[in-house]
Design a binder for this molecule. Structure first.
Ligand code: UT7
Length: 327
């Protein structure tokens, strides 16, 4: 039987030039490099320049992904941007990027699932490609969290950074001999539990306050749930596909906190050499962290065609989820 798979044709990333180190932050709030490194694994983060917007970051990552794929913008008929820091309330950042790429056909929209945004966006795009509705998609995670941070709150301002990453996916017909050997997105699981919405949120918005607001978080509460939720959803995906931890080549988690990443990998029985880490240099870039990490690991030759890659994320909502794909 022939099925359609969403196969990765290319990936790309963009990080703003300005780097803010822990020591820079220690001059602004009561914190230290030692505390931040010990509790989070973060040493620095990139910060968007004045006049540099989420769409600019997303556009740069999209151009890099198209170049990597050897495709033109005109080959794309779907753009999904995962972001919680859009340029405007509307229209979607995706249409700004679409226009900048000179694309006038197909669909473009934003999707908001906070740090799980890229996992949600990839899953939605995969469904739209594998159903035959669209042919080639740009799936982008782009964020400027520096714009929604309370720079006087040491409990949150040290944790986040700006950046963007993108994948080009193509709908390819394959013989479904042994599904798990196919290239492309193989399986996904998405979760949400809105009872936790007050543990990580932004205290502004068009309807409630007519302001943008600032990020608020009960860090300890988020931390408490993170490893359990991540392990549950990844375990579910491995059970559903009959895979064991040994068969996963690369674990590319959302990069929020080194302790959460290490705890999840340990609980899942994944060896540390298989885990891609960027949180030390990028901090938490929310929906951008997974495609940024993928681009780095592909760029330096770790992830190769045919490798089995497990992505996972957990964040505000709470939302969480995992995607299994063969590169
Ligand atoms: O993508 C998902 C989004 N977010 C996350 O995944 C974040 C999840 N949570 C975390 O990563 C951790 O909870 C944090 C890194 C935010 C905090 O680490 P923690 O080990 O849970 O520390 P804590 O919140 O229990 O705070 C310990 C102490 C507190 O002082 P007291 O009350 O014990 O005197 C804080 O006030 O550390 C203090 N503290 C700081 N000290 C220096 C909090 N932030 C800072 C800081 N520098 N930046």
């Amino acid at each position: 039987m022939t099925v359609r798979r969403s196969v990765v044709r290319g990936c790309g990333a963009y990080l703003p030039k300005t780097i803010l180190t822990n020591n820079d932050l220690a001059k602004r709030v009561d914190t230290s490099d030692e505390w931040i490194v010990q509790r989070t694994g973060i040493s620095q983060r990139h910060i968007a320049a004045d006049g540099e917007f989420t769409s600019d970051l997303g556009l740069a990552s999209a151009k890099a992904a198209l170049a990597d794929a050897g495709l033109d913008a005109g080959d794309i008929d779907l753009i999904v941007v995962a972001t919680s820091t859009p340029d405007y309330t509307f229209p979607a950042t995706a249409v700004t990027i679409q226009a900048a790429l000179g694309i006038t056909n197909g669909a473009a929209f934003d999707l908001q699932a906070v740090c799980t945004g890229f996992v949600y966006a990839l899953t939605v795009a995969d469904q739209m490609l594998s159903s035959g509705l669209h042919e080639r998609a740009l799936v982008i995670g782009a964020e400027t969290f520096s714009r929604i941070l309370d720079w006087e709150d040491r409990g949150t301002c040290v944790l986040f950074g700006d950046g963007a990453g993108a994948l080009v996916l193509e709908s390819v017909a394959v013989d479904d001999g042994n599904g798990i050997d196919d290239r492309g997105v193989l399986a996904a699981r998405l979760r949400a539990d809105g009872r936790h919405c007050d543990k990580l949120y932004v205290d502004g918005g068009p309807s409630r306050t007519q302001t943008v607001g600032h990020l608020r978080m009960e860090g300890r509460e988020v931390f408490k749930h993170a490893v359990t939720m991540i392990a549950e959803v990844v375990d579910d995906l491995m059970d559903a596909t009959g895979l064991t931890a040994d068969e996963i080549d690369w674990f590319v988690p959302h990069q929020a906190n080194r302790r959460i990443i290490d705890g999840s990998a340990r609980k899942l029985g994944l060896s540390p050499e298989k885990v891609v880490i960027t949180v030390d240099r990028h901090a938490n870039t929310s929906a951008a962290s997974i495609p940024l990490a993928l681009s780095e690991a592909v760029g330096d030759g770790r992830i190769k065609q045919g490798d089995l890659v497990m992505l996972e994320a957990m964040g505000g909502g709470f939302t969480w989820g995992a995607v299994l794909l063969r590169w």
